[in-house]
Design a protein around this ligand. Structure first.
Ligand SMILES: NC(=O)c1ccc[n+]([C@@H]2O[C@H](COP(=O)([O-])OP(=O)(O)OC[C@H]3O[C@@H](n4cnc5c(N)ncnc54)[C@H](OP(=O)(O)O)[C@@H]3O)[C@@H](O)[C@H]2O)c1
Length: 261
């Protein structure tokens, strides 16, 4: 299927590893020019080099923290300076913040909202004027199925992701007149450095394999974690010409996780 992504310009936040890295790689493989950001510079530069060498695509690496408005402005300006336009924004940067009512302080909850929800708001606000001028664009929010279901110990993420789903819907409605399509891709359990950290924090002495299998058996009908490359394809599709009539959608990529109708 020809996706029509050749020459398009994409920003992928949190593109240094995990899902963001796979998404940036996929978009570059389809011929898009890609700007990636993260806080850590070394990993980011290594990933940019790897994407370049594997795809022969153009990649820009910008050290930026999505909780800092000036960093986002810098990311967007450097992208426009280098690639002259912005067609696609993938709001992917995020992290896990385990906890429950007793352990989550207001500060922890606010911090988590800042990284996940407010970063989507800020990055969208920064790119929309360019997309409007160009006559359209795509915003894809990487979200979580647990925005619509409860999983014990993840109260901050559930609260945050439910709000991110609502934000996606509201933004899609607001920007439809500008031909800017906004969608949400909801992840279940995908093997990334984030989950390696969760295992170390919550694994309670279980081997890595046992921990991952127990989580998968408890929550995922397909009985396994996904791989980042099982997510990146749908993101490239949503960014493409072939998805020109899809906006305000919420698509689960989660091995059947999320037993809601
Ligand atoms: N993996 C899953 O099963 C799963 C499930 C549901 C939702 N998600 C969501 O999917 C997204 C990607 O997750 P992942 O599993 O790939 O996580 P990951 O492996 O931890 O990668 C997260 C990426 O985001 C960057 N990042 C984190 N905080 C940032 C900040 N303040 N500013 C800029 N970049 C930042 C990280 O780089 P630095 O640390 O160097 O900044 C890294 O590049 C996240 O939003 C996550 O919540 C993942």
């Amino acid at each position: 299927m020809e996706l029509g992504l050749k020459g398009k310009v994409a920003i992928v936040t949190g593109g240094s590893k995990g899902l963001g890295r796979a998404i940036a790689m996929e978009l570059a493989r389809e011929g898009a020019k890609v700007a990636i950001c993260s806080r850590g510079g070394r990993e980011l530069r290594e990933t940019a080099k790897e994407i370049q060498s594997r795809t022969a695509g153009e990649v820009l690496a910008v050290v930026a923290d999505v909780t800092i408005p000036e960093d986002i402005e810098g990311l967007v300006q450097r992208t426009v300076r280098k690639f002259k336009r912005i067609d696609i924004l993938v709001n992917n940067a995020g992290r896990a913040q385990p906890g429950n009512l007793e352990t989550l302080t207001d500060e922890l909850l606010k911090g988590d909202l800042d990284v996940k929800l407010f970063s989507m708001v800020r990055c969208s606000r920064a790119v929309v004027p360019y997309m409007r001028k160009q006559g359209g664009g795509r915003i894809i929010n990487i979200n979580a199925v647990i925005g619509r279901m409860a999983v014990p110990g993840f109260m901050a993420t559930i609260t945050n992701r439910g709000a991110s789903l609502a934000f996606t819907k509201a933004l899609s409605d607001e920007l439809a007149k500008d031909n800017i399509l906004v969608n949400s891709v909801n992840i279940g359990f995908v093997v990334t450095p984030q989950w390696e950290n969760i295992w170390k924090r919550l694994g309670a002495g279980l081997s890595r394999e046992d921990f991952f299998q127990r989580m998968a058996d408890a929550y995922v009908p397909l009985r396994r974690f996904g791989e980042p490359e099982e997510v990146s394809g749908i993101v490239a599709f949503l960014a493409s010409e072939r998805a020109s009539y899809i906006t305000g959608a919420s698509i689960d990529v989660a091995g059947g996780m999320g037993r809601y109708v």
